[in-house]
Design a protein around this ligand. Sequence first.
Ligand SMILES: *Cc1c(COP(=O)(O)O)cnc(C)c1O
Length: 394
Amino acid sequence: MTRHNDKANENRFSTIAVGTAETEARPHHGGTNDVVAPIHLSSTFEWAGGDDANEHEYSRESNPTRAALEEQLARLEGGEHGLAFSSGMAAISTTMLSLVPPGGHLVSSDSIYGGTEKLLTKLVAGHLGVDVEFVDAREPENIASAVDSDTDLIWAETPTNPLMRLSDIRSIADIANDHGIPFGVDNTFASPYFQAPLELGADIVVHSTTKYLNGHSDSIGGAVITDDDAVFENLAFAQRIGLGNMLSPFDCYLVARGIKTLPARMKHHQENAMAVARLLEGHDRVTHVHYPGLESHPQHDLAGEQMSGYSGMLSFEFDGSLTELEAFLNGLTIFTPGTSLGGVESLVEVPSLMRPDQGSHESATTDIPETLVRLSVGIEDVDDLCEDLRSALP
Ligand SMILES: *Cc1c(COP(=O)(O)O)cnc(C)c1O
């Protein structure tokens, strides 16, 4: 997949990111010709009957600022429809609730975001009685043998959190198509800049916009993009009428603002992550670096085929005790210990120390090594980042 490697298409993506949506949405901005979509805080809109009927009536159902962002999101993913949610989890749970009936069947990758895993095990399986099957999605055959004609949804995340495993979107989409099953991909780690799941055959793309799309660690939000009209109608009904879990106008503005610099940020994130990955790969207290951009990543070739870059997320296995690992964390001055990712600042997370509820012990899915360190590499000066790691590692 070379969409963004191609110069002409690269321009196209960046141009969309900067502002096509605003150009399209300008007629709705009240005739003031704003270059940036304004924040419409109004919860309701004066009723106009007949031919003058308003596009927007009540802001839970639709709002001009949200509509501009949703259009921008759809264009970024090359899809027909976009929906902006109050969090990534709201986007994911609404997708699952809308598409999988109680007692239904869902096949998911076993390497997924901790919140998604809990949603699937505790609510979707535990509360709705859905038969949730976790499989190692690195091998598409595992998906093929788990699905049958009654399967309601196939779910994958690629690259995965925090082990940076990939699943082959095109092969899984072929399996889904053969059975007429919707296939959803969590594209949060790659961002639409580096990966276009709909182009590869997926039906639904979700994002935690909290991460790269907003990019500045100051908003919680989510998104769903789809080409499928029926899926969109179901999800829009669930969001606008049933659940009311849409993104607020102010947060829509923040995400739309963040998206304008997505291409510039992603290039920088990846450049810095590559340098950090190479530094760690050569360090004698690091046993394993998980980064799809490294030749040593077992799915490096697949990454080259379905992604146009490798993003800014990586993890590594530290060779030492947890006490030494805590000393490493305390020695860092630029990488801030904290959860979340995809912001301009570098963050470091040790799941076993900082997110024990999401670590290996309770996990229903993949085991996460106790000394695994996850880095969200920011866009600071790359030499400062490398120096920070070099001096904090024993
Ligand atoms: C953060 C994250 C989510 C959840 O998003 P929230 O905005 O925190 O609700 C889902 N999937 C992935 C891959 C994430 O990183």
